[in-house]
Design a protein around this ligand. Structure first.
Ligand code: FEO
Length: 395
């Protein structure tokens, strides 16, 4: 991919990954991009690299602007291999002795991924680096998305190179928000829900910190997807809203089923909720990918999970989803469990225990039906939905 000059002397030199469909368990139906940035100043500086498989194409893209040997500094904002996988090839081309700036944790983490003894220059939070016409400021952003993560701010350009934050897994030739419009927002939301949700409190603190520092931001350049230049505040405001996780009058009925009994229960619970004005969606876990379900979890008030009892335990897809959701730490949810069983019926207690571990307010008892629900059972499921609706916030 050819480089693109995104501001005077600042180039996008990343790679487009049209074919990636899974990012550690998150379905990336539209691929992704690995964005890196080349700053042409008195000290030529490269910020981040790309996945290892794209390293040759990346080096070619840099070479369209400058001989890589002329790069003076390399900055690693984040160790994860979608941004540092190409680092060994890049350092080999740039020069193994060139200063490599990263956070202190970045130094430790890069050293655990690469055996080369590079000229690491760990930086402090708020540390500065003059490139000539420009001054860079480094901002530690621990856990966004790893402990090593940091932002690089270009003061004179008012541009924030934000690493994973504000990104989207979205492969396209368009590079800017104004070229793509609001169609990008669902991708940004899915990315937030599946990558950054556990760190929502840190995001709110970070936004406060940036506001207090009075950083002027004309452009936000993340390491994935499109760049926010038309309205960078739009994504910041969206992050604040998503981080707050204010529940809506919305319920998800997330389930799997063996012989359609739990499915019939799910539909009936959803009907009961809908009767009470709740936006209720049954989500079969073999029809919905776990990461699409998580995107909906973001603003749902009630998470109602159903599983048949299989060999005294949960259906495997339900266990998978509960594990995934637990790691992403959604907050302030009402939880409930339901499911069919044949003879032992442990699934309800197992689901409730998991939801309680996530600090959900669990509505007890759950709804359990032996073998096949009859019309009375289905009416009880509808009533279960109506009862849950009483706990939800008003419209
Ligand atoms: Fe895009 Fe945390 O890597």
């Amino acid at each position: 991919m050819k480089p693109i000059e995104i501001a005077d002397g600042l180039f996008w030199v990343g790679a487009i990954d049209w074919n990636m469909r899974d990012f550690h368990g998150y379905s990336t139906k539209q691929g992704s991009t690995y964005n890196a940035y080349l700053i042409m100043d008195e000290k030529i500086t490269l910020v981040d690299t790309v996945k290892k498989e794209f390293a040759d194409e990346f080096i070619q893209s840099i070479s369209d602007i400058v001989d890589p040997k002329k790069i003076d500094y390399v900055i690693s904002n984040h160790t994860e291999m979608d941004h540092s996988g190409g680092l060994a090839r890049v350092m080999h081309k740039v020069g193994e002795d060139k200063p490599l700036f990263c956070s202190k944790v970045g130094h430790k983490n890069l050293s655990r991924h690469f055996t080369q003894k590079w000229n690491y220059q760990p930086v402090e939070n708020g540390g500065k680096l003059s490139l000539g016409k420009r001054t860079l400021t480094f901002l530690e952003t621990r856990m966004l998305h790893w402990p090593d993560s940091m932002f690089t701010y270009l003061k004179e350009d008012k541009i924030l190179l934000s690493s994973d934050a504000f990104g989207q897994h979205y492969a396209s030739f368009e590079r800017f928000d104004d070229e793509i419009g609001d169609t990008i927002m669902p991708h940004a939301r899915k990315y937030f829900a599946n990558i950054l949700l556990p760190y929502a409190p840190l995001i709110l603190k970070l936004v406060d910190q940036v506001t207090e520092m009075g950083l002027e931001i004309d452009m936000i350049c993340p390491d994935h997807g499109i760049i926010w230049r038309e309205d960078p505040m739009k994504i910041i405001h969206a992050y604040v809203e998503w981080s707050q996780q204010k529940p809506k009058r919305k319920a998800l009925i997330i389930y799997d089923t063996m012989w359609h009994s739990t499915e019939a229960m799910a539909d009936a619970v959803a009907e009961g909720l809908y009767e009470k004005g709740v936006k209720a969606t049954p989500m079969h876990l073999r029809s919905w990918h776990r990461s699409d379900v998580m995107t909906e979890v973001l603003d749902a008030a009630a998470i109602i999970v159903g599983s048949p009892t299989l060999n005294n335990g949960l259906f495997p897809t339900v266990s998978d989803f509960l594990t995934y959701m637990k790691g992403l730490k959604p907050k302030d949810k009402i939880g409930a469990a339901f499911g069919s069983y044949g003879w032992s019926g442990e699934s309800i207690q197992l689901i409730s225990k998991e939801l309680e571990a996530m600090k959900f307010k669990v509505i007890d008892p759950g709804m359990k039906v032996q073998y096949v629900p009859d019309s009375e059972d289905l009416e009880a499921c509808r009533e279960f939905g109506r009862t849950i609706a009483q706990h939800l916030p008003p419209e």
